[in-house]
Write a protein that binds this ligand. Structure first.
Ligand code: FAD
Length: 473
């Protein structure tokens, strides 16, 4: 690094980790550039992840409401409610475009230089950019932030070809040209269950094939079991403890060969479309990390210390390409903390309370420890639960599926975990996260006045159940 460096920070990757880091760095007075090859800012999340999936989840939810739930509210549709898939996809695209454009605007507002091109680290203080429009640019910089994100992990027996629309990954599943009659979802994780729900609501028969004997490994077991029951009731089919051995793409669909994961006879299943959603892996291809001798772990994640610093002090990494949950808000928090550290401030991420949300209906939201983790750690704990069927607001909107479950330290009453299945669980979890961030006890929340009638009263009552008694159950 020398006084003549063009930049204080060059961020490689313009996803939620990278663009947030770039804006924060610039706000803190650092001369900042962000290099993104996709042609659009926002990364996986905005272009082919969180945002388009939530758009389709909402549209398909409205359809399901109209076709199956309007009746119970006394709403009768004279005629049919039809899906115009093209229009639904356009609505999704409009949300995405508005938001990516919004980040470009923010870059201008906060004076972040945006380079459209592929970045390669050529030294501790230099990034070579192969510009999308042709030509190269060599950037000299005091610091480099790697925010190159992740990509779907391939599944050997099931090679993805998003163009053919037969075996697809999440990106292909966000853009199917028609509603499949039969859709297989390989992998019972968040992305598979969300995308499976979209297509089931729109009319597909959806079968989730999962190698383990449960969906959503790592989630609180009671919540996982409850959620599985709800999804089955909605008509989603499950083949648990089942692995995909082979696939054959034909003109009219895909034949999957499956086998019990513990061994046993193979069988064949036919589908129109197969979604492979078995996980994501860090993406650092072409970045030049090997040549720089930057350490990576066995999963291909960039190894960093608590300040997101690699072995080369001027090179940092954040988001999906390092350890931790692959979530947009985790990447954003790291982007901010890393920018603060680079600017000489104390940046910090509290990894104990990173919420995780599944945007199905009902939603599932969790933060903190699961009951199984507390058992493993030998922590003496208490459980408070409250079902939405006993919540007045859930009753008056006739949407009573789910519960709030609070886990507290048996001695101190401090909240250690919050697990919610419910219509607005993804919003409600913020209450749990704030409580845990501030070290709240369940009694703190039980004695906090919550508006009536709201779903959040179920949260309060679950806290009452943990430290005294609930009133309404
Ligand atoms: P990314 O968003 O992957 O961004 C990295 C960017 O870097 C990419 O745009 C890439 O083009 C660019 N890049 C890579 N290498 C280079 C290079 N050498 N030069 C220039 N540019 C480069 N998370 C949630 O929190 N909530 C959700 O609801 C949610 N839903 C999801 C749904 C789906 C279908 C998927 C696939 C993911 C979802 N995620 C969700 C996960 C979320 O998208 C990621 O955790 C998040 O995008 C990670 O952010 P990031 O900035 O680390 O990386």
């Amino acid at each position: 690094s020398s006084a003549g460096d063009q930049y204080d920070v060059v961020v490689v990757g313009g996803g939620p980790g990278g663009y947030v880091a770039a804006i924060k760095a610039s706000q803190l007075g650092l001369k900042t550039a962000c290099v993104e090859s996709r042609g659009r800012l926002g990364g996986t999340c905005l272009n082919v992840g969180c945002i388009p999936s939530k758009a389709l989840l909402h549209s398909s939810h409205l359809y399901e409401e109209a076709t199956t739930h309007f009746k119970k509210h006394g709403l009768v549709i004279n005629g049919s409610v039809d899906v115009d898939l093209g229009a639904m996809m356009s609505s999704k695209a409009k949300s995405v475009e508005g938001l990516t454009g919004g980040i470009e605007f923010l870059f201008k507002k906060y004076k972040v230089d945006y380079l459209q091109g592929f970045g390669k680290i050529t030294g501790p203080n230099s990034v070579a950019v192969e510009l999308n429009d042709g030509g190269d640019e060599l950037l000299s910089t005091k610091n480099i932030m790697i925010a190159t994100g992740s990509e779907p992990t391939p599944l050997k027996p099931c090679p993805v070809d998003n163009d053919k629309k037969k075996i697809v990954d999440s990106t292909g599943a966000l853009d199917l040209p028609e509603i499949p009659k039969k859709l297989a979802v390989v992998g019972g994780g968040v992305i598979g269950l969300e995308m499976g729900s979209v297509w089931r609501r729109l009319g597909a028969e959806v079968t989730v094939i999962e190698y383990l004997d449960r969906i959503l490994p790592g989630i609180d077991l009671e919540i996982g079991k409850n959620f599985l029951r709800i999804l089955k009731k909605q008509g989603m089919k499950f083949k648990l403890s089942t692995g995909v051995v082979a696939s054959e793409v034909k003109d009219d669909g895909v034949t999957l060969t499956v086998a019990p994961s513990k061994g046993g006879d193979e069988s064949k299943l036919d589908f129109d479309v197969v979604l492979v959603a078995t996980g994501r892996r860090p993406f650092t291809q072409g970045l030049g990390l090997e040549a720089m001798d930057i350490e990576m772990d066995r999963q291909g994640r960039v190894v960093v210390d608590q300040h997101f610093q690699t072995k080369i002090p001027s090179i940092y990494a954040i988001g999906d390409c390092i350890d931790g949950p692959m979530l947009a808000h985790k990447a954003e928090e790291e982007g901010i903390a890393c920018a603060e550290h680079v600017a000489g401030f104390a940046g910090h991420v509290n990894y104990d309370v990173i919420p995780g949300v599944i945007y199905t209906h009902p939603e599932v939201a969790t933060a903190g420890k699961t009951e199984e983790q507390l058992k493993d750690e030998g922590v003496a704990y208490k459980v408070g639960t409250f079902p939405f069927s006993a919540n007045s607001r859930a009753r008056c909107v006739a949407d009573t599926e789910g519960l709030v479950k609070i886990l507290t330290d048996k001695d101190t009453d401090r909240i250690l975990g919050v697990h919610i299945i419910g219509a607005n669980a993804g919003e409600m979890i913020a209450e749990g996260v704030i409580g845990m961030e501030y070290g709240a006890s369940s009694e703190d929340i039980a004695r906090t006045c919550h508006a009536h009638p709201t779903l959040s009263e179920a949260f309060k009552e679950a806290c009452m159940a943990a430290c005294m008694n609930p009133i309404h159950f």
